[in-house]
Design a protein around this ligand. Structure first.
Ligand code: SAM
Length: 840
């Protein structure tokens, strides 16, 4: 242990070079006896005791004070003073003294004495070597020549010029040569093998951080050894630093008993060292080998690792490669898939395209087939049409032929009738001549009788003698007029009518015969009664003249004019009485006649004639002239015609009148008894409906017309209920048609264009059941449209008044066929209107 030395006055120089001195040890042993401890829990503090001891030597101080032993009875301290002289004073203050501790009644007794040094004496080493059997005093190391030192501070014995703290054998030699010539020294800690040899650990540290070491110093002479031992007895080693501070360290000195530095020991250690060196070398070698091995192993491991790394790298690369490969493959697969998909899509598209093309081809083929089929159908239709046309042509030719025959027959009939007329006229002339002669005779007779009676009644009142004979002749049907003698197929009809007329004439003649006996006023009354609805019979001469001037009166008064002239030739003065209605004019022109054409003539005069003023424009423009004539739009034809209720009634009267003359002919042209329900489309005033129910006793007829026309028809024309005549208001272009077995279209189609006609006929066709029919009643033009004159006039009238026209039989057949109707039959009545019957 190293302590700081304040007072180095007692120190003895050991080695100046290394500032090493020897200082006497001033140690004392202080023993403090302890009292018996009576109070439990109470104890004596060692520290307190130590403090008391320190105070007891005060003002001097212990260099060190430590407890070396402590029992229940005493505490032993080991104290050290600065120098030997101080020890005495310390002992004086301490030995035999007592210490009074607080809390303790008993005092503590102190015993102090200078510490006896444990250091070998001469006797010790002499007796040792004398007694030691294995020692040979002649041999160095086996005699008392070696000092064994322990606890030497390494730093103090380190070479000066190095910074090493390791002690040096040279320094050791240098220091201890002071006592004699040194033969050998040994610092075991410097021998790297010593620890292994001795099994000791030399790395010991003294307090203060200095490493201590042990050493052996062998003197050549015994004296050196004895001097060293004597000098070192009771001494500490002291070191004075460059700064003047001194430190002391207790060292242990003994003589060597182990033959440490004997030759044999040296040799042995040397051998051992060699051995150890060898061992070390071997170990080194081993180590080296091991190291090498290790390195090799490491190298191998490294290589292995490298290999592994490489392998790993390879694997990684392989993996990467594989991954890349995989990626590539995947990419490729993807691409392939994509390509495949594209190909598939393209394939699909191609297939679709092919399918489309095939479909197109198929369609084209089908089209082709259709075209071929259509062509075939067309060719067949054409052939059929050709056939039909030929048939129609043949039919037309037949019709023409029939018409021609009919015309010839009519002409023949007319010739015959004219001959008959001439014959009748001759007969009449003869009869008239006879009558005239008879009248002359009668007149003469009458004159004679008058003369006679004048003579007889001379002077008496003779008022009757002023009678100048009848002023008017009873009307006679002197001449069947052409107007009344239309040629029909049914001769019985015309014949019966003639007879009827003759009957009228006869009746008239009978009446006139009776009237001869009447007075003039009576005759006038009689005539007025008969012709109360007539025009001319009761008129004065001037009225008759007016009648003659009027267009329709002219032809009807011709025979009378002739008669008047003949009478004039004979010198009669009754020319003013020669104008009167013929039977025909009575029949057709008188308002009350059932066959009156009064309303027709009135309508022609007041309405149609106004349109005809614009005939030129109508021909140029090809449209009706309603707007110009009446200032009303003709967009809706019948709205224009029915511009007022008055006009509508007039028109209906016009329509009504003709069928009273020739309605029977058109309705009986075909045997229609099979058709139980008939619908007269545009039936107007119901004139044809009446004809139907009168000719066919089992049929029912529905009059179909615009609602307002139906209302007027019911109010003005058919006011009485008729159980077989029904009414239906509607628009035949827009509304559903009533169910019927036969539809009549009388003077309907001539109002409309071809397209409208087909539209209406198609609608009728739709309404028809198979077997049902349509009866078209129209005035027909010759096929070359060169006549008849009346129909030509009608077609011009259609131009100025309507959208339509009169048509030929072929045109109507074509319209009917276009709407789907077949089995078309045409019946020429020989009068103004004809019938065409077609069936579904
Ligand atoms: C020229 S007249 C013929 C009348 C009758 N059929 C005859 O012959 O005496 C035409 C008839 O068709 C009728 N009419 C015109 N357009 C019509 C329509 N859209 N619907 C129903 N009737 C219509 C008229 O009211 C008129 O009575």
């Amino acid at each position: 242990m190293t302590t700081i030395v304040h007072d180095a006055s007692e120190s003895v120089l050991l080695c100046r070079e290394y500032n090493l001195y020897m200082k006497p040890i001033a140690k004392m042993t202080i023993s403090v006896s302890l009292p018996q401890l009576k109070l439990p829990g109470k104890s004596i503090s060692n520290w307190e005791v130590m403090e008391r001891l320190k105070s007891m030597v005060h003002p001097e101080q212990f260099s060190s004070l430590r407890i070396s032993k402590s029992t229940m009875d005493y505490i032993r301290f080991e104290g050290e003073a600065e120098n030997k002289s101080a020890v005495k004073r310390f002992l004086t203050n301490l030995d035999g003294k007592s210490i009074k501790l607080s809390g303790f009644t008993d005092v503590l007794k102190v015993r102090a004495a200078e510490t006896k040094m444990d250091f070998p004496t001469r006797h010790d080493w002499d007796s040792f070597f004398r007694d030691a059997k294995d020692m040979n005093e002649t041999v160095p190391g086996e005699r008392p020549d070696t000092v064994h030192l322990e606890g030497l501070p390494c730093k103090w014995f380190a070479p000066k010029d190095t910074s090493s703290d390791k002690p040096s054998e040279d320094v050791l030699k240098c220091v201890f040569e002071k006592f004699g010539k040194i033969r050998n020294v040994d610092i075991p800690m410097l021998d790297p093998y010593r620890e292994e040899m001795t099994g000791k650990n030399f790395n010991t540290f003294s307090f203060g951080g200095h490493l201590n070491f042990e050493s052996y110093v062998q003197y050549e002479d015994h004296t050196g050894f004895v001097k060293a031992m004597s000098s070192l007895r009771g001494m500490k080693l002291l070191y004075k630093g460059e700064d003047g501070k001194a430190m002391a360290c207790g060292i242990k000195v003994s003589f060597d008993t182990t033959k440490h530095l004997s030759d044999s020991s040296l040799k042995k250690r040397h051998q051992e060292r060699l051995k150890l060196q060898e061992l070390e070398r071997q170990r080194e070698e081993q180590k080296r080998r091991e190291k090498e091995e290790e390195e090799r192993r490491r190298e191998e491991e490294r290589k292995q690792r490298e290999l592994e790394e490489e392998e790993k790298e390879k694997r990684r690369e392989e993996k990467l490669r594989k991954r890349e490969q995989k990626l590539k493959e995947r990419e490729e697969k993807k691409n392939q898939k994509k390509v495949k998909k594209q190909q598939e899509e393209e394939q699909k598209k191609l297939h679709q395209k092919i399918a489309m093309e095939e479909r197109k081809l198929l369609l084209v083929q089908r089209n082709l087939q259709s075209i071929r089929l259509i062509a075939e159908l067309l060719s067949r239709a054409k052939a059929m049409r050709q056939q039909q046309l030929e048939q129609e042509k043949a039919e037309l030719a037949r019709l023409h032929k029939e018409a021609e025959i009919q015309r010839q027959q009519e002409a023949e009939l007319r010739r015959k009738q004219e001959a008959e007329l001439r014959r009748v006229e001759g007969e009449k002339a003869r009869a008239l001549e006879l009558q005239r002669k008879e009248r002359e005779l009668r007149d003469r007779l009458l004159e004679n009788l008058l003369k006679k009676s004048t003579n007889q009644e001379a002077g008496s009142n003779g008022e009757d003698q002023k009678w100048e004979g009848p002023s008017t002749e009873p009307p006679q049907m002197e001449e069947p007029n052409r107007i009344g003698t239309t040629v029909t197929r049914d001769h019985h009809q015309s014949k019966s009518r003639k007879e009827e007329e003759r009957g009228t004439s006869r009746e008239w003649n009978r009446g006139s015969g009776r009237s001869r006996t009447r007075s003039r006023s009576g005759q006038r009354r009689s005539r007025n009664r008969r012709y109360r609805n007539g025009h001319s019979q009761s008129r004065s001469g001037s009225g008759q003249r007016r009648s003659r001037r009027s267009g329709h009166g002219r032809s009807l008064s011709r025979s009378r004019s002739r008669r008047r002239h003949s009478r004039d030739r004979r010198g009669h003065r009754r020319s003013g009485r020669s104008h009167s209605n013929t039977e025909m004019s009575t029949m057709f022109l008188t308002k009350s006649s059932p066959r009156s054409l009064y309303h027709s003539i009135e309508y022609y005069s007041n309405t149609i004639y106004l349109c005809w003023r614009y005939l030129n424009d109508a021909v140029r423009e090809g449209t009706n002239q309603y707007e110009k004539a009446f200032g009303v739009s003709s967009k809706d034809l019948f709205e224009a015609l029915y511009r007022s209720e008055e006009e509508m009634v007039k028109f209906m009267q016009l329509m009504n009148s003709i069928w009273n003359v020739c309605g029977r002919d058109v309705i009986s042209a075909f045997n229609l008894s099979q058709f139980r329900s008939i619908c007269d489309l545009g039936g107007c005033s119901g004139a044809l409906a009446k004809q139907c129910v009168s000719i066919y006793p089992t049929c029912k007829v529905t009059i179909f017309d615009l609602p307002k026309v139906i209302r007027v028809c019911r109010d003005h024309f058919l006011p009485e209920e008729h159980e077989r005549i029904l009414f239906h208001g509607g628009d035949f272009f827009k509304d559903n048609l009533p169910e019927a077995d036969l539809y009549i279209l009388a003077r309907i189609l001539h109002d409309w264009t071809d397209d409208r006609c087909i539209e209406l006929l198609s609608k009728v066709y739709q309404a028809c059941k198979p077997g049902s029919g349509v009866l078209v009643i129209e005035s027909l033009l010759y096929e070359d449209k060169s006549g008849p004159l009346s129909t030509q006039l009608y077609t011009l009238n259609m131009l100025v008044q309507t959208e339509g026209q009169e048509r030929t039989a072929f045109q109507y057949t074509h319209l009917l066929n276009s709407a789907g109707f077949r089995d078309t039959n045409i019946h020429m009545t020989g009068k103004l209107y004809h019938s065409i019957l077609a069936r579904k």
